[in-house]
Write a protein that binds this ligand. Structure first.
Ligand code: DX5
Ligand code: ZN
Length: 220
């Protein structure tokens, strides 16, 4: 099996040392940096804006995978792209015109991602499959790190894999929420090729990051 991309969520990192944290996960073998942007409105938590993403950009050469939990999302796309985001992932519920939003993201030169909450139907994917470079399946309700993996996400990953394959899409299929070395293999077997992990990567402090990432890879 092909090794999945490991995308540590810096939501679980030390916010007082964000620059060092992104450098540390790069040194520890991460593939992407997953940035959780929350607005205190679309989700009940508040994290970081584009100025923080911009400030982090010189601290790592890894791609920035920016998960936008913001509504309305359209007014923010350009700011995050200019701040150095490589992937911009949006929830269908964060604006009235998902098709247009995804087109705008590509127009900005970023990879366009669409993300499905546990209750959001995958039928939406059928309508935008040609417009997406990444599909993210949430395995928790968004807003907080450290939650438990919702098992029904595995079936949803498999259904998303089928939709992508049937459409001839090479989009990345990513899973986010409660991912650990105990469930990573099941995610990959279901068809995921990118794993977001916050708590499972950042637990134990900087000295443990390389082993934490390796444990997830080895499990797959
Ligand atoms: C939840 C975020 C996730 C989450 C991952 O709203 O999108 O990225 O922080 O953290 P863990 O791996 O701790 O569930
Ligand atoms: Zn996320």
């Amino acid at each position: 099996a092909v090794s999945p991309l490991i995308c540590p969520s810096i939501l679980a990192s030390d916010f007082a040392r964000l620059g060092q944290e992104v450098a540390a996960i790069e040194a520890a073998g991460a593939d992407w940096v997953h940035v959780d942007v929350m607005d205190g409105h679309f989700v009940p938590n508040l994290t970081m804006g584009p100025d923080i993403v911009k400030a982090l950009r010189p601290h790592t050469s890894l791609p920035f995978d920016v998960h936008l939990m913001v509504a309305p999302v359209d007014p923010w796309l350009e700011a995050y792209r200019n701040a150095g985001a490589d992937v911009l992932t949006v929830h269908p519920e964060s604006g009235p015109h998902l098709h247009r939003t995804l087109g705008r993201i590509r127009q900005l030169g970023a990879k366009a991602g669409v993300v499905f909450n546990p209750s959001t139907p995958l039928s939406i994917l059928e309508e935008v499959v040609d417009l997406v470079d990444l599909v993210l399946i949430m395995s928790v309700n968004p807003g907080f790190g450290g939650q438990g993996f919702i098992p029904s996400a595995l079936g949803k990953i498999a259904r998303a894999r089928t939709i992508l394959d049937r459409a001839g899409s090479s989009a990345t299929l990513q899973v986010d929420g409660g991912v650990t070395s105990a469930n990573a293999a099941a995610c990959v077997a279901a068809g995921a090729d990118a794993l977001v992990a916050g708590t499972a990567v950042f637990k134990g402090g900087e000295a443990a990051y390389a082993a934490n990432i390796a444990a997830i890879r080895t499990a797959c």
